[in-house]
Ligand binder design. Structure first.
Ligand SMILES: *[C@@H]1O[C@H](CO)[C@@H](O)[C@H](O)[C@H]1NC(C)=O
Ligand SMILES: *[C@@H]1O[C@H](CO)[C@@H](O)[C@H](O)[C@H]1NC(C)=O
Length: 223
């Protein structure tokens, strides 16, 4: 039985300690983060970074209507995960994903029907709020350990392809990312290689290898 109760203690600048676990969220905004959302005009954010967030939004917006509903977010990817991962891994991911919605996407007030601008604003905390990226890093570590690596230290190309397919990405684009991330060229991604690039997609304002997190950039959705 995998532990669902890894608690992350993160020291916020004020000196307060916020703790949360990725598996505790209900997906209703009840585990929302208290990190401030910057009200800056999104046109002032770095252009390439904003393109990455738009691309990510397009992966989540399953029906491509420009609005991400709570159900669309909570159901689409975990349902696909069922096809590619064991029951246990898929259910762990589902719990993480509920907390992801709460912590990274919504506030108590705004917790349904997000536009791409809403999502960009929420994600911009990676660039503007001290310590926010540490939560993203913890997210990728947890997904690596509890889901993608099947409890091993490494993921291979088929694990990575399954991860991309769960996000609706064309599996043919997986080898390209995988090879770019596999710096030591041993045919596996270790936790460091995966987490660095995963976090890089969200936290690097400039172009970095992390832009290939979802296969090619921009990501190619399965038709
Ligand atoms: C979100 O949109 C759906 C219709 O697409 C609507 O039924 C629902 O009430 C909306 N939720 C909120 C919180 O506005
Ligand atoms: C909001 O974002 C702008 C530009 O990205 C930055 O200069 C400013 O410091 C941020 N404010 C807060 C409160 O994070």
């Amino acid at each position: 039985m995998l532990s669902l109760c890894v608690v992350y203690m993160v020291v916020i600048s004020a000196g307060a300690v916020q703790s949360f676990t990725f598996s505790a969220g209900k997906g209703d905004g009840s585990q929302h983060s208290d990190y401030p959302v910057n009200e800056t005009n999104i046109d002032n954010l770095p252009k390439f970074w904003t393109r990455k967030m738009r691309s990510f939004f397009n992966l989540l917006d399953d029906d491509l209507d420009g609005v991400l509903t709570q159900h669309e977010f909570l159901d689409t990817i975990p349902n696909r995960m069922d096809q590619y991962f064991s029951r246990n891994e898929a259910s762990v991911f589902k719990a993480i994903w509920h907390s992801t919605w709460d912590f990274f996407f919504v506030t108590r007030e705004k917790n349904d029907n997000l536009t791409v601008e809403d999502v960009i604003k929420m994600q911009s905390r990676y660039l503007t709020v001290p310590h926010f990226p540490e939560h993203g890093e913890a997210w990728f570590q947890e997904v690596f350990k509890l889901v993608l690596s099947h409890g091993n230290q490494l993921i291979d190309l088929s694990d990575y392809t399954a991860f991309l397919q769960s996000f609706g990405v064309d599996p043919e684009t997986a080898p390209k990312s995988f090879n770019i991330f596999d710096i030591d060229d041993d045919g596996y991604l270790d936790e460091k290689e995966y987490v660095k690039n995963g976090l890089g997609y969200f936290a690097d304002a400039k172009q970095s290898s992390g832009r290939y997190l979802w296969g090619s950039f921009p990501p190619k959705k399965v038709a």
